[in-house]
Write a new protein. Structure first.
Length: 439
């Protein structure tokens, strides 16, 4: 997937605002979401973000002259069937991107036809981009694994398998929700300190996890692994993801089978999927230091070494209800980079399918919490507060160890680098709702 004309940083759009400095969705981005005009009952359709607007592909498919080879690609998008579009495969994904780029570029003859197909982003509502059959959560952030491990096992932070096998578990797809959804504080079983018996009640150690979600766009047959050389072909795009976690429930339940109810109550994602094509200028080599175990052959390839990593920057902001009342904007509490992932997206796909497990279109893979090496780079409160022992100081003199009711968490991700236009992956926010009465 070489860099092409759609990535040219000098390319401009005729859509007002799309060329503004710092714009999240310039013409080099072109992410997809499932949406419709807000407050009506029109059918869902796929839209493409451009500047502060979206191009409604249901409207655009019907009224605009498109190249003959692009017309059939627009059909599933016009009826909101992103999985149907994924099924057409990477050549179609690339052709659609090229067609959208040409249509939205300055000087396009399609501009007068497409202008009525634009909607302000503030005037649309979103649905999940497609049916998510399965959600898997990995643990590829080594700084997170090491810091959390050091809280549990100061003498052996990383377990011996970490550097050999991409650790993951099967999550819950039904509770994946969109940006803006309220997050109900879960109730569950936990055991405080050295108490003799556990109790059941609202979690007192609710946390966020800063992750990226990888969208599977191509299925593999049951029993047939995807070799790492072809693993990139399975990936459609990327989205920011918050894997909400209840640490007190997790600590009590996680042995020996891993997290269960401490994670399955909610996972939030941005409605926007930034395609792998859009991320092309930000691909970087995968480097494994010489004194580390090298990946086993099924997790190693020339192409993965050359370009397996992606330079995506991430940050977390937090706003308490008191900050909100005082007009204080959400404050940044963490920042990190996807370059710190111990395993690349291609390695996660190759590993996931290495036993013959079939991935399906619309499956979602979480990377695991993406923390940086610094003290202020923890991708969750468990890390930032050293297990709740060192509260985080917030503007206005408040502190937090874990999330309180009505706290707002905002995760954002973006890409920037030399010779490329900055593109954003959008953001995902969620506000904590009080627990339902448990007993
Ligand atoms: Ca996680």
């Amino acid at each position: 997937m070489p860099i092409d004309a759609t990535h040219d940083p000098a390319l401009k759009s005729w859509v007002p605002g799309a060329n503004d400095a710092g714009c999240d969705f310039p013409i080099q981005n072109l992410p997809y979401a499932r949406l419709r005009p807000r407050g009506g009952d029109e059918p869902w359709r796929i839209g493409v973000a451009i500047g502060a607007q979206v191009l409604d592909l249901a409207a655009a498919a019907g009224q605009v002259p498109w190249p003959d080879d692009v017309e059939p690609l627009l059909q599933p998008l016009a009826v909101g069937d992103l999985a149907g579009f994924m099924a057409l495969g990477r050549p179609a994904w690339k052709a659609m991107r090229a067609a959208l780029s040409a249509a939205l570029a300055e000087g396009s003859e399609q501009a007068p036809f497409l202008e009525p197909c634009l909607l302000p982003r503030s005037a649309v509502e979103y649905a999940l981009p497609c049916r998510i059959g399965d959600y898997t959560d990995f643990y590829a952030g080594i700084h997170h694994a090491r810091t959390v491990g050091s809280l549990l096992r100061p003498d052996a932070p990383l377990l011996p398998n970490y550097r050999w096998v991409p650790i993951g578990y099967h999550g819950r797809a039904s509770s994946v929700v969109l940006d803006g959804s309220g997050i109900r504080r879960p109730c569950g079983q936990s055991r405080a300190g050295d108490a003799a018996e556990p109790t059941f009640g609202p979690s007192r150690r609710l946390d966020h996890e800063l992750e990226l979600g990888l969208w599977i766009g191509a299925a593999n047959e049951l029993g047939r692994p995807v070799p790492i050389e072809h693993a990139e072909d399975a990936l459609f795009g990327v989205t920011p993801l918050n894997d909400w976690s209840a640490r007190d429930i997790q600590t009590w339940e996680y042995q020996p089978l891993g997290p269960f109810l401490s994670k399955s109550f909610a996972t939030s994602i941005s409605p926007w999927i930034v395609t792998m094509e859009a991320l092309e200028p930000f691909r970087r080599p995968f480097v494994r230091a010489a004194d580390e175990p090298q990946p086993l052959p099924y997790l190693d390839s020339e192409s993965n070494r050359a370009r397996g990593s992606i330079d995506i920057r991430l940050e977390v902001r937090l706003q308490t209800p008191r900050m909100r009342a005082a007009g204080i904007a959400p404050v940044r509490i963490s920042h990190s980079s996807a370059l710190d992932m111990y395993w690349t997206p291609a390695q996660l796909v190759a590993h996931h399918t290495s036993n013959g497990c079939n991935l399906q279109r619309g499956d979602l893979l979480g990377t695991g919490t993406l923390s940086g090496p610094g003290r202020d780079q923890g991708g969750c409160l468990l890390e930032l507060t050293r297990g709740g022992r060192e509260p985080l100081a917030l503007p206005g003199g408040e502190t937090r160890t874990f999330l309180e009711d009505d706290d707002l968490v905002v995760l954002s991700a973006w890409c920037e680098g030399p010779g490329a236009a900055r593109i954003a992956l959008g953001s995902v926010e969620g506000r904590v709702l009080p627990a339902h009465a448990g007993r």
